[in-house]
Design a protein around this ligand. Structure first.
Ligand code: NAP
Ligand code: MG
Length: 497
């Protein structure tokens, strides 16, 4: 494994360090407890690197550093063009180290190198570049108040942000969090997922190189139950931004109530992808594949409930199974690989558990349906791309987020039925609609209760386009100018004239 790409020497030395340390107050330090944890390579199951395991004490030091720098004003009062220059420099450094970061990402997460190199890493750079532009273009207002007074607003940063991210897009999620937070003048304590801490730590080095002052960004790897929970409860933290499971999101929401922290939550999904019989069939099949198998299905907005109009359902299923069954799975560094392993043993067990549940409840597997232990894959966490038909909406596989390469096909009668079934979920992150009828596309896009609707496309992203959930998929919108609302607060100033 890994033979298809020769790893950069810098990647080898990064993963082989005795301990990858955490970033607190501009210095690389071990955990106060001296504890470490191992991050495995999901393609081989072998230990990839050893990382400092932060807990409450390290979080406390990191939060105090972030607090001190925020209160000093070194970052927030920096001249806007200077802060802009630093964010642009971060984007440039990510691009300059693109190969290295993509290699690290693929080693740690298992996603195909072609995806980390051409999707994750450039998108992370683009996010910093996009938010760099906002620094000099965020305004307060003057308000039409009583003429004896002058009332105006200041848009100020929220303060110290605790940012907790998942393992499915490790560097990109760090960029979605840090880009707008830094642009608005906040300081941060970032906790990467235990499964994938490496690119966030490498990013920490690049942030320093770009000129981010010590303490502005602190990166503390560790476990959710210790480091994450301590960050959420810390009284000096003003805001928590979280991406991950709905279950943990709810727990965080409850825990932050005590200190009335600002919270933004980007949680799970069970997104409907709806194909009408008047759609371009080839584009729709490819869209359905991309919608559910990208990143081995470990995508919060994956189109996992595939609704296909009754009269073309069987034909569509046949086509989908043919393409899904033909997707190459294997060494993520092999350029022909389309699907890598799942991120961890835990995730493998979860997903195969859902495969068993689907079969038990009577759904039919038309391709895949099991772990892939083909030659060379035995030790990795590979699951074959799977298509279930005969799925009823009350089945577990139709209701719960699987977070693996598994799609449930469900037929529908007409437009009304498609919308009703599509909305029949506690989630509301995203949806897809495939039709050549423009009016129908507009009607259905409006009727679906989801934060993003893709028409005749799927999984399209841009730093300028907002992203976030309806219902139990969370609230707050990341990306675009909407993220500025998450990272600023408005002050109203009155002056007697
Ligand atoms: P998770 O537990 O929600 O993890 C997300 C992040 O939250 C990680 O950094 C995690 O740390 C941290 N965390 C966990 N418990 C916490 C707590 N009590 N307080 C503060 N932080 C905490 O997700 P997971 O266990 O990795 O994955 C489970 C399922 O979540 C997946 O199967 C999928 O359904 C869903 N998921 C959704 C997304 C998304 O993008 N919406 C992303 C990943 C997973 P640790 O790494 O130490 O756990
Ligand atoms: Mg976890």
């Amino acid at each position: 494994m890994g033979a298809a790409v020769k790893l950069d020497a810098s990647v080898e030395s990064f993963v082989h360090a005795p301990v990858r340390k955490m970033l607190i107050d501009g210095r690389w330090v071990e955990a106060a407890s001296g504890k470490t944890f191992e991050t495995p390579n999901p393609a081989t199951g072998e230990v990839l690197a050893r990382v400092a395991a932060g807990d409450a004490e390290d979080i406390d030091r990191a939060v105090k550093a972030a607090r001190r720098v925020f209160d000093d004003g070194a970052w927030v009062r920096m001249r806007p063009t200077e802060r802009e220059r630093i964010l642009l420099r971060i984007a440039e450094l990510i691009e300059a180290h693109g190969d290295e970061l993509a290699q690290l990402e693929t080693l740690d997460n298992g996603k195909p190198f072609t995806e980390s190199r051409y999707v994750d890493i450039p998108s992370a750079a683009a996010t910093f570049r996009y938010y760099a532009g906002w620094i000099t273009k965020t305004y307060g207002e003057t308000n039409p108040s009583d003429p004896d007074y002058f009332n105006f607003t200041l848009r100020e940063p929220v303060g110290v942000c605790g940012q907790i991210i998942p393992w499915n897009f490790p560097l990109l999620m760090a960029a979605w969090k840090l880009g707008p937070a830094l642009a608005c003048g906040n300081t941060s304590v970032l906790k990467p997922a235990e499964q994938t801490p490496l690119t966030a730590l490498r990013l920490g080095e690049l942030l320093i190189e770009a000129g981010v002052p010590a303490g502005v960004v602190n990166i503390v790897p560790g476990f959710g139950e210790t480091a994450g929970a301590a960050l959420v409860r810390h009284p000096m933290v003003d805001k928590i931004a979280f991406t991950g499971s709905t279950e943990v999101g709810k727990e965080i929401h409850r825990a932050t109530a005590d200190t009335v922290k600002r919270v933004s939550l980007e949680l799970g999904g069970k997104s409907p992808n709806i194909v009408f019989s008047d759609a371009d069939p080839e584009a729709a099949v490819q869209g359905a594949l991309l919608g559910v198998f990208f990143n081995a299905g470990q995508v919060c907005c994956a189109g996992t409930r595939l609704f296909v109009e009754q009269k073309m359902h069987d034909q569509f299923a046949e086509q989908l199974a043919k393409f899904a069954g033909g997707m190459q799975q294997g060494d993520p560094f092999d350029p022909s690989t389309r699907i890598g392993p799942l991120v961890s043993k835990e995730q493998l067990d979860r997903v195969t558990g859902y495969l068993a549940a689907g079969k038990k409840e009577g759904a039919k597997v038309i391709t895949g349906g099991e772990r892939n232990t083909g030659k060379g894959l035995e030790k990795g966490y590979f699951v074959k791309p799977t298509v279930f038909t005969g799925v009823r909406t009350d089945m577990k596989i139709a209701r719960e987020e699987i977070f693996g390469p598994v799609v449930s096909m469900i037929p529908f009668k007409d437009e009304n039925d498609a919308v009703l079934q599509g909305n029949n979920t506690t989630y509301g992150l995203a949806a897809g609609v495939w039709t050549r009828d423009v009016s129908k596309a507009h009607r259905v896009a409006r009727a679906l209760r989801a934060g993003t609707v893709w028409v005749n496309c799927y999984n399209v992203f841009d730093p300028a386009a907002p992203f976030g959930g309806y219902k139990e998929s969370g609230y707050g919108r990341e990306l675009g100018r909407y993220a500025l609302d998450l990272y600023t607060q408005v002050k109203s100033v009155w002056m007697r004239i």
